[in-house]
Ligand binder design. Structure first.
Ligand code: ADP
Ligand code: MG
Length: 742
């Protein structure tokens, strides 16, 4: 079969192991030839994406049922996930008020009975009513009105021929409508029995030995038909490794590529020593962007001295270390790709400013891009204040500027009069021209879509250095999976003198008291944010909710206070005006949606009330409360939430107990998965078949280590032992390119 055969596979269907042609192995045999499958099951199996024997072998169980140990129904306890076995009778179908039909059935064994409940699935009754054999049912036991219940259990009829499967650990496979567990199990069993000898391991044996991994054929057998829990885990470990390994190889190769790419060499050492530097076209740097006199004298001070002139505070140890890491990158002749992580308020802006200072003194321009216009303006204003002290001009480039303002700003950027430009992402897409762009700082990277290096290159003098900053602490595992091609610095220390925000959790019944508390603070001269409930994903609905809350407060509790409203549907100009009035303390209270989430900095605001807090993710709540606690005074955050479930209660408790964004992010990842943490669009790229970022962090690290070692020795994967891995990667790369850039 020609190598192209793999591309005939319908889109979206991807085997775990690359479908490289291995004539004679039999793995390309269509499913219908599997023993016991037959033509009638072909369509249903194909619906699951199972076309060939190889696909079937790589269709991995979602979970297992240990049928060696099925509890008698009498021993079930609420909360427990269990498989039970019994006979079903007593069906009862009842319409609910919402027009659904609830089906209740009773499952009995010799020791007792439990109620099985399904919603709106009438066909279940058709299948089960009149069936007098036993079934297995699987689900979580809950306390219901009439004793224990299992809601929407998975179930399976126990036929006579099934008895051979009984009393073993049984794999449970992902299904789709029209395919039964039994069919899939039969297909897999037959594939395992008849075709495993055709499976060749893509991983070289040296790697298996080094990382103590089992061979592929053994692993596939044990993942489908575990002979013991220990073997199953060993099999899983190997498959997880393989999945991570391909991802990490791609990232490592991309990283390696960027490290041989030519970039700008900033003369950092000379700048640190205060030696004069000359920049590429032969001009002294101090003449490129700066005026004569005071300024050029300043520009020749050793770099740290300039930093001290510029910043109104002493840098923390962590900031200094990260700045040094960044400067070291800038001095290397390859483009920098560094991600700086730091909790809210860790002081990332100062790090960015130091990087930009070095770039400018090295003879280049720097650009800073923020995710919103409000933030861009705030950054521009803040940075202009700092850079003015060292004689460097900062311009703002945002869409809503007047034509004249914009023309001036563009002109300054084009000629190099402005050494620093601040704007939104649009900077790299639009008509902005730079005299000599050498450094790009991206604030809040995870909110940006694609970072187009190519677009940057067009703007830059060569291949500009890129510094990405994120305020959402990302658990280490996610960082490795998402940004494994970047170097990472962490600012793990907050500036001194910060009082940790005191966080309280109040049920909605105590809302009036909470608002009274806000009033007291306001009367004492402080300001407060009230974040309204997240009613839906839609900005419009959000805005309505905010308006409603605003009207309520203005008409009632806060009648005599100065209250403002901010939401995403307002015109940029109006948003700006409200923010400005709040900043200037012409408003006491700001009612808003989550648009204030990132970066807004009003030190006099010391209270944050978050309504319906259990609707938000932990990290998002942490981000939100990071808007307060930015001054010297004690700040407060009140989470108003009726947390009814154990889960919701523990989430509120975590926020009360810790202000460590990394810990919170780990919890978020554990509780809600990567989608909630980084946005579903990106996490789509992290849809692993078997690996799980939450539990397989260690393995990810091992795979990363392995991938880096391989790439360091063999950057093009040219070694014969890596042939199959390289083939597989070539097939996957287009897919993974998305991952790297989003
Ligand atoms: P973030 O990391 O969230 O972007 P910022 O850079 O906005 O944080 O800094 C938060 C606040 O802390 C700012 O008001 C900034 O001036 C201040 N700050 C930053 N670094 C220090 C420091 N080393 N000492 C004192 N204050 C600092
Ligand atoms: Mg910031």
């Amino acid at each position: 079969m020609p190598p192209e055969s793999a591309s005939e596979r319908p889109p979206g269907v991807k085997p775990l192991e690359e479908a490289s042609p291995r004539t004679g192995s039999g793995l390309d045999t269509p499913v219908q030839y599997l023993k016991g499958v037959g033509p009638r099951w072909v369509k249903p199996l194909e619906k699951l994406g199972l076309f060939t024997v190889r696909d079937v072998l790589h269709h991995l169980p979602r979970r297992y049922e240990d049928r060696r140990n099925i509890p008698p129904i009498r021993e079930l306890r609420p909360g427990q996930w269990a498989t039970v076995r019994g006979v079903v009778d007593r069906f009862e179908g009842r319409p609910t008020r919402r027009g659904m039909v609830v089906l209740r059935a009773t499952l009995r064994d010799r020791t007792g009975s439990v109620t099985l409940t399904w919603f709106n699935q009438p066909w279940i009754r058709r299948q089960l009513e009149g069936y007098d054999g036993e079934i297995f049912a699987y689900g979580q036991v809950k306390e219901g009105d009439y004793g224990y219940e299992i809601h929407s259990p998975e179930y399976e009829l126990i036929g006579d021929e099934e008895n051979e499967d009984f009393a073993r650990i049984i794999p449970v496979y992902p299904l789709t409508e029209g395919v039964s567990q039994k069919t899939v199990r039969r297909a897999v069993l037959s594939a395992v029995q008849g075709y495993l000898q055709g499976v060749e391991d893509p991983l070289p044996s040296s790697l298996l030995r080094k990382y103590d991994l089992q061979p592929l054929d053994w692993s596939l057998r044990e993942i489908h038909q575990p002979s013991s829990e220990e073997h199953r885990l060993a099999a899983r470990r190997r498959l997880v490794f393989e999945e991570f390994f391909y991802l990490q190889l791609t990232l490592a190769m991309r990283r390696a590529e960027s490290q041989i790419e030519a970039g700008i060499t900033f003369p950092v050492t000379a700048l640190l020593e205060g030696r004069p530097v000359s920049v590429p076209p032969g001009e002294p740097a101090s003449n490129l962007f700066l005026e004569e006199g005071r300024v050029s004298e300043l520009a020749s001070l050793p770099l740290w001295d300039q930093v001290r002139r510029m910043l109104p505070f002493e840098l923390t140890g962590a900031q200094k270390r990260v700045i040094e890491e960044v400067w070291r990158d800038m001095e290397r002749p390859h483009p920098m790709n560094r991600l700086v992580q730091g909790d809210v308020g860790a002081g990332k802006t100062a790090v960015a400013a130091c990087a930009m200072l070095a770039a400018v003194r090295g003879g280049y321009q720097a650009a800073l891009m923020a995710p919103t216009e409000i933030l861009a303006e705030q950054h521009a204003a803040g940075l202009a204040r700092l850079f003015d002290l060292v004689g460097i001009e900062v311009v703002l480039l945002v869409g809503k500027q007047t034509a004249t303002q914009r023309r001036k700003a563009l002109e300054k950027t084009r000629t190099g009069q402005a050494a620093i430009a601040v704007g939104t992402h649009a900077i790299i897409q639009s008509d902005v021209e730079f005299a000599r762009l050498g450094l790009v700082v991206i604030d809040e990277q995870h909110r940006f879509g694609v970072l187009q290096r190519a677009a940057l290159r067009e703007k830059g003098a060569g291949n500009p250095d890129v510094l990405v900053m994120t305020a959402t602490p990302i658990p280490r595992t996610l960082t490795m999976a998402l940004f494994g091609d970047l170097d990472v610095s962490v600012i793990e220390e907050l500036p001194p003198g910060r009082k940790p925000i005191r966080t309280y959790w109040k049920p909605s019944g105590q809302r009036a008291e909470v608002m009274e508390g806000v009033r007291k603070l306001v009367e004492g001269g402080k300001q407060a944010y009230i974040v309204c409930p997240m009613v839906s994903e839609s900005e419009k609905m959000q805005a309505q909710a905010a308006e409603e809350l605003y009207r309520d407060l203005v008409a009632g509790t806060f009648r005599d206070l100065r209250v403002g409203l901010l939401h995403g549907q307002m015109k940029p100009k109006d948003k700006e005006e409200v923010m400005e009035r709040f900043r200037a303390h012409e408003l006491d209270v700001l009612v808003s949606t989550t648009v204030i989430e990132v970066g807004v900095d009003v030190p006099n605001a010391t209270a944050m009330v978050i309504e319906d807090a259990n609707r938000f993710g932990l990290s998002q709540l942490h981000q939100l409360r990071g808007r307060v606690g930015r001054g010297a005074d004690q700040s407060f955050c009140v989470l108003v939430a009726d947390a009814r479930t154990e889960d919701a209660r523990s989430r509120m408790a975590i926020l009360q107990e810790t202000t460590d964004g990394f810990k919170i992010a780990e919890e978020d990842l554990r509780l809600r998965g990567p989608g909630e943490l980084i946005g579903t669009r990106q996490s789509g790229n992290l849809d692993f078949k078997i690996a799980d970022l939450v539990i397989d962090g260690k393995m990810l690290e091992v795979a990363r280590q392995a991938a880096m070692e391989v790439v360091a020795k063999d950057p093009h994967l040219a070694a014969p032992s890596m042939k199959r891995v390289a083939e597989r990667l070539r097939e996957e790369r287009s897919d993974l390119a998305v991952l790297a850039t989003s």
